[in-house]
Every structure is written in structure tokens, then in C-alpha cells.
Write a protein that binds this ligand. Structure first.
Ligand SMILES: [Zn+2]
Length: 211
């Protein structure tokens, strides 16, 4: 298996975080793998339009190295592996919030084409979490004209809702999964968008928190 992965150029013998010998087919050494566990305590300051949220760990150390490697080395396999590693923590929050819909922010087109995959989608696959694609990026598509709820939709700066979801979200609990929480601006706008079409509750799960 390792040889096969090497042939594909997606395996390496050194830990991506500390350069120690990596474990088997993985990209990390034993110590760094053991470092991947929920970090406590995380400071939970309220985010507007977000009913509740959960963070797995801080954006530092091994988690930061993994997320950077996923983003900059086009490594969907590592994203799936990370999903597997954090799945208990994520599922705990899913059971707690009991969402009807689980979704994630979309990449802009340029980033999607250069990377070829959405890292959150791969992480959710790795964690065995069923998801829907509720959002789309604001960009080349024509605006959502002619739709009844148009006036109620406050378009966020970067995202809008896929048309087929606009009438469906009413009364629904939605969980958005994202990789890094920084200011909370993006998640706040996405949740405001969901609430503007009648979503009942909005929750968020972040793999990491900056600062
Ligand atoms: Zn290491």
C-alpha cells in the first residue's frame, strides 16, 4: 500500500509536522498522532446568528500542520484521515444539536480548480458524516432573481444559497462545519443567511480556532 501511495506521490516517510519517521502509510509520526485530541478549554465567545458551536482544537501544532498540508499540497487523503481522527468529537456535537442538515462553506472557483477538492467535504467523508451542499459562491452565476424569498435573503459577501434549498430550510436545524474559526465573520454571515429563509437553529463545528 505504501509503495502504491508513493507511486502516486502522496506518501512520504517523514512526519509533516516534526520530520520524525512517519507511521506506516500515514503522514505523521506516532507522537504527533497522539497529539490530535480535543483541546480544553476553548474560550467560547458568542458569535452572532450562531446558536451554539464547538471547536476541536487550537490552530497550532500538529493540527495546523495538517490543515496547511491539506490546503497547500492538494492532499485529500490526509483530509479524510483527519476526519476519521476527529469523528468522535464531531459526532458528539451532532448528537447534541441533532441537526436536520449538515453542510459546509464552499470554496471559490479558483481555489477549487487549483486544489480539486473541498477539504471540509473530505473531512466529513472521513468522519462518516452525511452532508448536503446548501451554499454556493457568489460569482459568475446570475443573482437569484424571480424567487419569492429574494427580498428576505441577505446575501453574504461570499456565499448565497443554492436555489433548491431556499424553500426547504424553513424550520430546519442546520450545522455548518468549517476548518478554522478566526473572527467568526464568515460563519455569522452564513448563519444569518440560513435564518433569513426561516431556518430554526444554526450551529457550527470548527476543527480549529485561531488565537
Ligand atoms: Zn511528528
Amino acid at each position: 500500500m505504501r509503495k502504491f501511495l508513493r507511486l502516486l506521490g502522496i506518501s512520504q516517510s517523514e512526519c509533516i509536522h516534526c520530520q520524525s519517521p512517519a507511521m506506516g502509510d500515514l503522514f505523521l509520526c506516532k507522537e504527533c498522532i497522539q497529539d490530535i485530541k480535543p483541546f480544553h478549554p476553548i474560550e467560547y465567545t458568542p458569535i452572532p446568528y450562531v446558536f451554539s458551536y464547538r471547536v476541536f482544537g487550537k490552530y497550532e501544532g500538529v493540527l495546523k500542520s495538517i490543515l496547511q498540508q491539506i490546503k497547500f499540497s492538494n492532499n485529500p487523503f490526509l483530509a479524510r484521515w483527519l476526519g476519521e481522527a476527529i469523528k468522535d468529537h464531531l459526532w458528539e456535537f451532532i448528537e447534541q444539536t441533532n441537526p436536520d442538515i449538515i453542510t459546509f462553506p464552499e470554496l471559490n472557483l479558483r481555489r477549487f480548480w487549483t486544489r480539486g477538492f473541498n477539504q471540509i467535504e473530505e473531512i466529513l467523508k472521513g468522519a462518516g458524516v452525511p452532508y448536503q451542499r446548501v451554499f454556493k459562491r457568489v460569482g459568475f452565476d446570475p443573482p437569484m432573481a424571480r424567487l419569492d424569498k429574494k427580498k428576505r435573503i441577505k446575501a453574504s459577501q461570499t456565499h448565497t444559497l443554492r436555489e433548491e434549498w431556499i424553500e426547504v430550510l424553513e424550520g430546519k436545524k442546520v450545522l455548518i462545519v468549517d476548518d478554522v474559526l478566526t473572527t467568526g465573520g464568515t460563519i455569522s454571515r452564513l448563519c444569518e443567511l440560513l435564518l433569513s429563509v426561516g431556518a430554526e437553529q444554526t450551529h457550527a463545528f470548527f476543527l480549529t480556532k485561531e488565537f
